[in-house]
Design a protein around this ligand. Sequence first.
Ligand code: SF4
Length: 369
Amino acid sequence: MTAARRYSQPVMLVADSPNFFAQEQHMNPDTPAHSASLRHDWSQEEVQALFGMPFNDLLFKAHQVHRQHFPPNQVQVSTLCSIKTGACPEDCAYCPQSVRFDTGLEREALLAVEEVVEQARTARDRGATRFCMGAAYRSPKAKQLEVICEMVRQVKALGMETCATVGMLSAEQAAQLRDSGLDYYNHNLDTSPEYYGEIITTRTYQDRLDTLEYVRAAGMKVCCGGIIGMGEEAVDRVRLLQTLANLPAHPESVPINQLVQVPGTPLFGTAPLDSLDFVRTIAVARILMPCSHVRLSAGRTEMSDETQALAFFAGANSIFYGDRLLTTDNPDQDHDRQLFARLGIEAEPAAAPVAETAATDRMAADARS
Ligand code: SF4
């Protein structure tokens, strides 16, 4: 059965919805009028209908939306650093960092602040404009959070945007991170509310929504997406994107991960994802959340250049750059530079000026050379 057929019920196209074209007028993403026009009331049927469109129609539509909200040939570049690795008490079935699975992963305690800052400086000099710090915690303890806040302060002082993903937060912890200067907090929904229990049992979907609410209430930007290829049904991808798009505010950053199968994790051996289904998911995310950066995250190593090119066309406009993600491989940096050059893509400049170096210009120049 083709992807289009699997997604094709019900048959009403969202293009038939009076609200659909309203969101496509050209708008400046920074204006209140723009955010007022974003929809947060997508029905399951509407999202399902988008997934069910013929591939070319869907990509054309997504690309139109993309061009109306972003420069079409710019991609935001982030680097991810694992600041504390492994020994996590949670049981996320995809994750080699869970203490419950024997994956041979080498554990590392929380890194020293100086080491993290050094890695951030290197990432900045190679062209990254945002530095994301990930720690394998269920939820950080007070002392750990103090160290993480100091990392944020010092990375921020390099002129980079900062992002952290360190587990569940209370409202007070979110405020503490905000006060240290954190720009983004990453906390993924992972999958649909219905499939979630198959993947994680040690925290609830509502726990995740609560953390997202605290982060938003503290005034930080939200990075929130999911993982596909975990054995979910097509309807779970529909429900994941519907849930993300119907949050009170769209996440500024929406990572769409493709499962990286790690031996020793329960999801190792899952049937591989059809790469066209991956591109479809990117395209629908772009249409539902037109002002958000949609990020190609984990799984790029397994993707062909052609799949990535299609994903950029479908509206992906952010990547992780660097040889490693938290614990899994990422395409090497030379390869990414070459791919950008082949596609005529440039790195998006940082939101705030990078203080000590024109790193973004350098990456663009490298890409052209
Ligand atoms: S995904 Fe995060 S919370 Fe889940 S096991 Fe891995 S490190 Fe822990």
